[in-house]
Design a protein around this ligand. Structure first.
Ligand SMILES: [Cu+2]
Length: 219
């Protein structure tokens, strides 16, 4: 173990490194081992947070994760993106002594992430360019339709805060989104971005997800 350069890393990381090494040597029952790994990794992160500043950031990819990845002993991916987003938020809340668990609502975050999944992957999208704008019909059925009606009109406020001119019109099976071209976002760029490229504008989802989980934000 002393041959590894990461031995020289922060004390908090070295603790995790030791843990990783110990489990690599362990021939115990795999399910027990995995449960213990989860517990130890969580402890390691919490130790790291206390000793060396915040390790779990809003965009993931903590030094601990990178370290384990480079050591080749742990996969970093949680296996499912919404699962990983929720795990990250739960870890942030657990690392914050000010977290008010009487208000925390992880289920609300899960519902929003299901909406994001529906809008991103399952909505039907028809785009039409005019001389001054892009007009996008976003439609679906059931949960997909509900998600479109929750997320797309809400996103207009984010676009407006970025200085874009945009609006929505309700339809029985979805929403029509109209976004005007401007100097910063000419028609060619609007066309290239299309529906989902427009939906990802702004960085509001990450902080909003944490607020949702804290019970402070309703989309
Ligand atoms: Cu979101």
């Amino acid at each position: 173990m002393s041959k590894f350069p990461w031995k020289t890393m922060l004390a908090g990381l070295a603790i995790v490194g030791t843990t990783v090494y110990a489990f690599a040597q362990m021939p115990a029952d795999m399910s027990d081992t995995m449960a213990e790994m989860h517990r130890q990794m969580t402890q390691g992160r919490q130790n790291g947070t206390r000793q060396g500043g915040p390790i779990v950031g809003p965009h993931g990819g903590s030094p601990v994760d990178v370290q384990a990845h480079h050591a080749g002993r742990f996969p970093v991916s949680p296996g499912q993106d919404a699962f990983g987003a929720i795990q990250e938020v739960v870890q942030i809340l657990e690392a914050d002594p000010a977290t008010d668990w009487s208000k925390v609502n992880i289920g609300a975050l899960r519902e929003h992430l299901i909406d994001m999944n529906e809008v991103t992957l399952h909505a039907a999208v028809t785009e039409r360019m005019t001389d001054t704008s892009i007009e996008i019909a976003i439609t679906g059925e059931g949960r997909t339709r509900d998600a479109i009606k929750r997320m797309v009109p809400a996103h207009v406020h984010e676009l407006e805060s970025l200085g874009w001119k945009a609006g929505t019109a309700d339809m029985p099976d979805g929403v029509t989104l109209i976004v005007m071209a401007n100097d910063a976002v000419p028609l060619a760029k609007l066309k290239a971005l299309g529906f989902i490229g427009i939906m990802v504008q702004g960085g509001h989802h990450q902080p909003h997800h944490l607020m949702m989980a804290k019970g402070q934000f309703v989309h």
